[in-house]
Ligand binder design. Structure first.
Ligand SMILES: [Zn+2]
Length: 423
């Protein structure tokens, strides 16, 4: 287990801000979203008489390497050791994963002799599809409660924080991988250089690394400011990730644009010296979009704060008008990102009475900070709200299909991002 001491020596010295990748001083603000509690700590009824700790959500841009980043206000160990996010709850995410596994299986010719490793493997949501094909796998997951769920479904899982040390131990045991997967984990890594070093160490000489992460270009274009929260320390463009991987001996040879999480990138990388993975034109294409959006200079980052403020004003105007008209407003979902949205906009129970979530873990608990109660989805049928604010807006199509019955009483959906819209 990584110790607290090891985690604390990482990053900037006290009192100074330096880039977690290149070490340059951080002096430029990307956006300051004010104060917010940790977004994945859902208070229970017993916690209601206690306070919650709020941390600044102040995001900086490094003007040397263009990595957009938050400081580590709370140790990763504290945040992720009992992480309540069980990836398997979303149907559309599972079908995305199943498709990825069958594509990679045929593309890399994976079979019983191969080895696939996934860092931050959660509850085995993805590796289960390789297991079904008889392909040997190992998940590496720091949250013990989540790893237990993976092991129960037959996905071998190591309960550790991943980094260079874990990678060295595994490769020493002959467990270098044909495919190393990191889905939506890179943003959550405080010690980025050690982590990427570990990814490189895990790869066989001709192995392939795939990383998925929300695309900073989309975050800016589509105004996805609520995907900024304390659990996400870094926000990547293809420009910044290319520099980071190159610094660790890795070369990106292909990139795919995905719809997941409001617009993500999946990059394919190999060892810099590999001869078997020629560069695809997709890399130049996406790089071209980013240069056009000026993400290779400060200009591309400067208008974001203004557009976010505009969204706040519009959402508040909508909810205030609904409140004045005596409309009943509920939420759907209790995703981590709702904490940022609600705190930045100043929305409490007086504007959104309750929310519902399919996760048994979250039902009966409260959203952090705002203390909006989280119920079973049946509550919607029972109380017939006029508006349902879709908090995980990235799943809005799936949610609006599942809840189409609200039309029976004239209910409507409200999607807050990129700008407030009622359906
Ligand atoms: Zn930097």
């Amino acid at each position: 287990m990584t110790t607290m001491t090891e985690l604390q020596v990482v990053g900037s010295p006290t009192g100074t801000r330096s880039c977690r990748f290149c070490g340059s001083r951080l002096e430029r603000t990307f956006i300051d979203l004010g104060m917010s509690p940790l977004c994945e700590t859902y208070p229970s009824a017993e916690d209601l008489n206690h306070g919650e700790v709020y941390y600044p959500l102040h995001v900086y841009i490094c003007d040397n390497c263009w990595l957009v980043q938050l400081e580590e206000y709370e140790s990763a160990e504290r945040i992720f050791s009992e992480y309540p996010y069980f990836a398997s709850y979303s149907d559309s995410w599972l079908s995305h994963c199943q498709k990825y596994c069958s594509e990679m299986q045929s593309r890399l010719g994976l079979g019983r002799e191969s080895f696939v490793a996934e860092v931050a493997s959660n509850d085995g949501y993805l590796l289960q599809y390789f297991v079904r094909e008889g392909i040997p796998v190992l998940g590496i997951e720091p949250a013990a409660n989540v790893a237990k769920a993976a092991i129960e479904k037959g996905v071998p899982t190591l309960v550790r924080f991943f980094g260079a040390q874990v990678a060295k131990e595994l490769t020493f045991d002959g467990r270098a991988a044909d495919l190393v997967i990191g889905n939506n984990v890179l943003a959550q890594v405080p010690n980025l250089n050690d982590f990427v070093d570990g990814l490189q160490i895990m790869l066989k000489p001709e192995g392939v690394l795939t990383l998925e992460f929300p695309h900073l270009l989309r975050l800016i274009e589509l105004n996805e400011f609520d995907t900024i929260y304390h659990e996400h320390f870094s926000y990547f463009s293809l420009i910044s990730i290319t520099r980071i991987l190159e610094a660790h001996g890795l070369r990106i040879f292909e990139v795919e644009e995905l719809k997941s999480h409001g617009g993500s990138l999946r990059v394919f990388a190999c060892r810099a010296e590999s001869q078997t993975h020629p560069a695809s034109c997709s890399v130049q294409r996406v790089m071209g979009y980013e240069v056009k959006a000026k993400l290779d200079r400060l200009d591309g980052y400067e208008s974001f704060a203004g557009q976010v403020k505009q969204t706040k004003l519009e959402l508040l105007e909508f909810l205030l008008a609904a409140a004045r008209q005596g409309k009943k407003v509920a939420g759907y979902g209790a995703p981590g990102k709702s904490a940022t949205l609600l705190h930045y906009c100043g929305i409490n129970r007086d504007l959104i009475e309750y929310t519902v979530d399919r996760s048994l873990f979250k039902q009966g608990r409260y959203l952090p900070g705002t203390r909006i109660p989280i119920y079973h989805p049946d509550r919607i049928r029972e109380t017939k709200p006029d508006y349902i604010v879709v908090l995980p807006w990235n799943l809005k199509d799936e949610i609006m299909r599942q809840l189409s019955y609200i039309r029976e009483w004239g209910g409507r959906f409200v999607v807050p991002i990129p700008s407030v819209a009622a359906f």
